[in-house]
Write a protein that binds this ligand. Structure first.
Ligand SMILES: *Cc1c(COP(=O)(O)O)cnc(C)c1O
Length: 456
C-alpha cells in the first residue's frame, strides 16, 4: 500500500471521514483521496513523492501558485514580529485600503476568518439595515455553511427553503427563499409574494460552486433593479470570484454595483480569511459604530494580512491577462480533445475559472446536471488523476488556473485529457450514456452497479 493510502487510513481513525471538509473525501467521485506532503507552484506532491498538476489551487486561494516566494517571505517576516496580536496593526489597514482601491462599491471593510463568516455577517447587516428577515438565494450557489444558508429548494419553482443539513432547524431555513440561477421568473415570483419581507438578494455574481456558470447578460442588472425596487440589499458573494476573474472582481466584469460584497480565499494568500464591505452607511451599522455585533479573535491578524497583501501585489493587469491567456489555451485544448474523442461536453470559463461538463452541450444552472454527467466526470477525474492531473473531486466545482501554470503545464494537461477521454472506462460510459438516452427510464440497478464499480 502506498504511504498516501496508509496516511488516509490513519486519518480515518481520528478525523471524520478522514477529512476536515467533506468534498475532500472523494464521495462524489469514489476512490481514496491522495494525501499531500507539499505544494509548489502549479504542483501538488503527495507523501509518496508523486506529482500532480493542481487545478484545485486551495479552492482558488492559490492564484499566484503555491508557496510563491514573495508570499512566503511576507508571511515569514510577519511571523517574526508576532503571529497574532489581538489588537490593531497597520497590515490590516493596508489590506482594507487595497480592497477598497480595487472595488469601488466597497467603501469600508471588516476582516473576518472565513468566507462563511463573511456571508453570515453580511446577511446580519442586511437584516439590520432593512429591518426585514428574508433572504433570496439561488439554488446551486454556495455561501458557506451557516445555518440559514444551508438550505435547498423545496418542491416547486421559487419556493421556501427546507434545511439541507441535519441539525439545521426548519426555523433557521424558513427565512431563506430559493430562486433559480439565470431564471428571472423565479426571482420575480418571490419578489412579488414577499417584497416587504426581503432583506437581501444574495448571489455569486459568477457562479463557481455548481461548476462555472456565468450569468446571462442582464441577469445581475435585473437583480440590482429588483433590490432597488423593493428596498432590499444586493449582496455579491465574491469569496471565489473576488480578485480571481478581474482586478476588481466579478462586479468589475459585469458592471453591476452591489451594496455589500463578501471576500475570502485569495485575500488570505493561502491562510484562513474572509472579509465583507460595501456602502458606508450600511457598514456604519456594525459595532462599535452601530448595533450589529460581529467580532473575531484572529480577525485581521498580521500573518494573514501579509499573505493577502503579497498576493494582491502580484495581481496586476498583466497578471490577469496572463491568467486569461493560459486558461483560454487550456479550454481550447480540452474542447479539441472532446472533438477528437467525439464526445459531447463543454468547457465553461471566465478568466482563470473553468469547468468541463461532460455529456451536456451547456449548463446554465436552471436545471440540475444529469446524473450521467456526474458519473462521467467521476471516471474522467480518476483517469486524469492516473495521468498526473488533480482536478476538483466533483463535477460541481470550478477548476482554478494560477500564475504558476504556464503553456507547458497546460499542454501536459491537455495531453492527459486526450488520453483520459480515450480511456476504456470513459468510452464504455459513452455507450452506456447512449443506452440510457434511448431507454424510457434509467435502470436503477444499472446505476448502483456503476457506483459500486466506482467505489471499489
Ligand atoms: C468558499 C466559499 C465560501 C465559504 O468560504 P469558507 O472560507 O470556506 O468558509 C462562501 N462563498 C463562496 C462563493 C465560496 O466560494
Amino acid at each position: 500500500m502506498s504511504r498516501s493510502a496508509q496516511e488516509f487510513r490513519r486519518a480515518e481513525r481520528v478525523l471524520v471521514g478522514g477529512v476536515n471538509s467533506p468534498v475532500r473525501a472523494f464521495k462524489s467521485v469514489g476512490g481514496t483521496p491522495r494525501v499531500m506532503g507539499r505544494a509548489a507552484g502549479s504542483l501538488l506532491v503527495d507523501v509518496d513523492g508523486v506529482q500532480y498538476i493542481d487545478y484545485i489551487g486551495s479552492w482558488g486561494a492559490a492564484i499566484v501558485g503555491h508557496a510563491h516566494p514573495a508570499v512566503v517571505e511576507a508571511v515569514t517576516r510577519a511571523a517574526r514580529d508576532g503571529l497574532s496580536f489581538g489588537v490593531n496593526s497597520p497590515l490590516e489597514v493596508a489590506l482594507a485600503e487595497e480592497i477598497i482601491a480595487r472595488v469601488p462599491s466597497v467603501e469600508r471593510v471588516r476582516m473576518v476568518n472565513s468566507g462563511t463568516e463573511a456571508v453570515m455577517s453580511a446577511v446580519r447587516l442586511a437584516r439590520a439595515a432593512t429591518g426585514r428577515r428574508r433572504i433570496v438565494k439561488f439554488e446551486g450557489c454556495y455561501h458557506g455553511h451557516s445555518d440559514g444558508l444551508l438550505a435547498k429548494a423545496g418542491s416547486g419553482l421559487a419556493t421556501l427553503a427546507i434545511p439541507d443539513s441535519a441539525g439545521v432547524t426548519a426555523g433557521a431555513a424558513a427565512d431563506t427563499l430559493i430562486a433559480r440561477y439565470n431564471d428571472l421568473s423565479s426571482v420575480e415570483s418571490l419578489v412579488t409574494r414577499h417584497r416587504a419581507d426581503i432583506a437581501a438578494i444574495l448571489v455569486e455574481p459568477i457562479a463557481g460552486n455548481m461548476g462555472l456558470v456565468r450569468p446571462f447578460d442582464g441577469f445581475l442588472q435585473a437583480l440590482r433593479s429588483y433590490a432597488d425596487d423593493i428596498g432590499a440589499v444586493l449582496i455579491f458573494d465574491e469569496v471565489m470570484t473576488g480578485f480571481r476573474v478581474a482586478r476588481g472582481g466579478a462586479q468589475a466584469l459585469v458592471g453591476v454595483r452591489p451594496d455589500l460584497t463578501t471576500f475570502g480565499k485569495i485575500i488570505g494568500g493561502g491562510l484562513p480569511v474572509g472579509a465583507y464591505g460595501g456602502r458606508r452607511e450600511i457598514m456604519a451599522l456594525l459595532a462599535p459604530e452601530g448595533r450589529v455585533y460581529q467580532a473575531g479573535t484572529f480577525s485581521g491578524n498580521p500573518a494573514t494580512m501579509a499573505a493577502g497583501l503579497a498576493t494582491l501585489a502580484l495581481l496586476d493587469d498583466e497578471a490577469y491577462a496572463r491568467l486569461d491567456a493560459v486558461s483560454a489555451r487550456l479550454a481550447r485544448g480540452i474542447e479539441d480533445a472532446l472533438r477528437a474523442a467525439r464526445r459531447i461536453g463543454c468547457v465553461q470559463r471566465v478568466g482563470s475559472m473553468l469547468t468541463l461538463f461532460l455529456d451536456v452541450a451547456r449548463f446554465d444552472g436552471t436545471h440540475p446536471l444529469p446524473p450521467v454527467a456526474e458519473r462521467a466526470y467521476a471516471r474522467f477525474f480518476h483517469a486524469m488523476l492516473d495521468n498526473g492531473v488533480h482536478l476538483p473531486p466533483s463535477a460541481h466545482e470550478s477548476w482554478f488556473v494560477s500564475l504558476a501554470h504556464d503553456d507547458a503545464t497546460v499542454d501536459a494537461t491537455i495531453g492527459a485529457c486526450a488520453r483520459s477521454l480515450a480511456h476504456p472506462d470513459i468510452v464504455r460510459a459513452k455507450s452506456t450514456h447512449a443506452a440510457l438516452e434511448t431507454a424510457a427510464a434509467p435502470d436503477p440497478d444499472h446505476d448502483s452497479r456503476h457506483r459500486n464499480d466506482q467505489l471499489t
